[in-house]
Design a binder for this molecule. Sequence first.
Ligand SMILES: *Cc1c(COP(=O)(O)O)cnc(C)c1O
Length: 405
Amino acid sequence: MNTKELVTTVKEFGSPLYVYDAQKISFQYKRLTKSFKKVERLRIHYAVKALNNISILQHIKSLGSSLDTVSIQEVQLGLSAGFKASDIIFTPNGVSLEEIEQVAAMGVQINIDNLVILEQFGTKHPKTPVCIRINPHVMAGGNTNISVGHIDSKFGISIHQMPHLLRIVDNTAMTINGIHMHTGSDILDIDVFLYAAEILFENAKQFSNLDFIDFGSGFKVPYKEGDIETDIEELGQKLGERFNAFAKAYPRPLTLAFEPGKFLVSEAGKFLVQVNAVKQTTSTVFAQVDSGFNHLIRPMLYGSRHEIHNISNPKGKERYYSVVGYICETDTFANNRRIKEITEGDVLAFDNAGAYCFTMASNYNSRYRPAEVLIKDGKAQLIRKRETFDDLLRNQIPLEDIVAI
Ligand SMILES: *Cc1c(COP(=O)(O)O)cnc(C)c1O
């Protein structure tokens, strides 16, 4: 996708617009599987919550991927995209026993991260094999927003509760067929990750019916030039070797599983917006775009940095801008950024807009959610229509109808 082609997609499909590059997703998938090529049984479960468009799921399926889901609706989306139930793992947190039972009844692999639920589920359904989510209490990365392995995290069953867990398994005679961890969103230090993996291996020995060990995700992708990213090749080399040694000693064939979201789709996405106004104040120059945190909330929610390029004026001189939205709230995308000179009507492109961008979009300020386009085999195809006014009214019941009832 070059700059010109991106500007053309906005002309064709309007603004604001999410554009995804199928080729980049394929590239990342192959990079990951290649890094672990020495592991005989490898399964990649793409985390649907990162980007859940059916066409994206179908593309990812064509690469050979399975799915990781966190709600029954994501399971249903996966099935709609053509995945088999047996290719889906359900890794929810804090959902009801009923929802877990419904998903299990569909034939999806269940992953439980709470001892109370484990006991209830095992008592009622001792024949359904279950994976357990362990919290190894390892901090991956320094940002507490996104590190879920640490001591106060709501995710996973603490390794210190292992004796209680084993008692529940014994009492209910249920089968544990998988062991899982997902320590957070940033594997910066592979040795920290390997340390957590060691804890998982150590605990895996206590179960004799495992089919897989799932190391979750946390692959960090670059957001700007010079950013540290997870060295997948090194991880594949080191963890792959360690896994193979463990699997060799284990009495059953073992699969190594991962659940990448961001790694597969983050860099494949661009968010394209148009500049409504350039506004000079006493201290700064604002570029006001036809979007806000209703379409891209990560900068405001997590302080995420998305690079912004003026693709209408790629050869222009650079100036400093604050890029803000049109929402009646503070919705700053970027502060004091050097961007090629901006005039009204220019199209700005946000990088890393594939993961946790569209899926977190809302209708705040009664705006429509953007359209989505997939570039595949050199062609730009609409994969989600822009919303219309009917979408805003759908499911609302006007007062006169209530009075009539
Ligand atoms: C969100 C999530 C993932 C994906 O995380 P990324 O950082 O996007 O790779 C994987 N597994 C589980 C259980 C998750 O909740």
